[in-house]
Design a protein around this ligand. Structure first.
Ligand SMILES: [Zn+2]
Length: 152
């Protein structure tokens, strides 16, 4: 018997996937202050990415250090009890993240991963967001224009 109500379950899932968490809200606020428009949790893209800037073909994933296993991060510890459970759970999350990331990249999206612990220093965060938004995309835009003119 499954006693968890659908609402409760979707709340649990939201916690695990980390929708609308504090780190995500911090990133959204920073983007907003940079005057950048975006869409949230786009269902049609692999892994329903948190923040999508379709015009720029850029995606920002905000990841919780614990659930998504930020490498070498103090928050990515393994609880002492039920270690097998946790390890299996974490392995699944990491595998899924990796799969979604490469699906997005193969689809031509620029992806920036921001870890929860990286949202504490707002000025560093803003700098990273700005260079991500201004960066690569222009080069690939230019590259695809050049490609196009070669064909023409
Ligand atoms: Zn971390």
């Amino acid at each position: 018997m499954d006693r968890v109500s659908p609402l409760k379950r979707s709340q649990n899932m939201a916690q695990i996937k980390g929708r609308n968490t504090r780190p995500e809200l911090v990133v959204r606020k920073a983007l907003h202050s940079l005057g950048v428009g975006y869409r949230l949790h786009v269902r049609t893209l692999p892994g329903k990415p948190d923040i999508v800037m379709s015009g720029r073909r850029k995606v920002i994933e905000v990841r919780g250090c614990f659930w998504h296993r930020h490498p070498y991060c103090e928050f990515a510890y393994i609880p002492k009890s039920n270690q097998l459970f946790w390890k299996t759970k974490f392995r699944g999350n990491v595998r899924r993240d990796r799969k979604n990331l490469s699906a997005l990249q193969n689809g031509g999206w620029d992806v920036l991963v921001i870890w929860e612990c990286e949202t504490n220093d707002i000025s560093v965060l803003r700098y990273r967001l700005e260079s991500f938004i201004r960066g690569k995309g222009r080069r690939s835009e230019k590259a695809s224009r050049e490609e196009y003119s070669k064909k023409a």
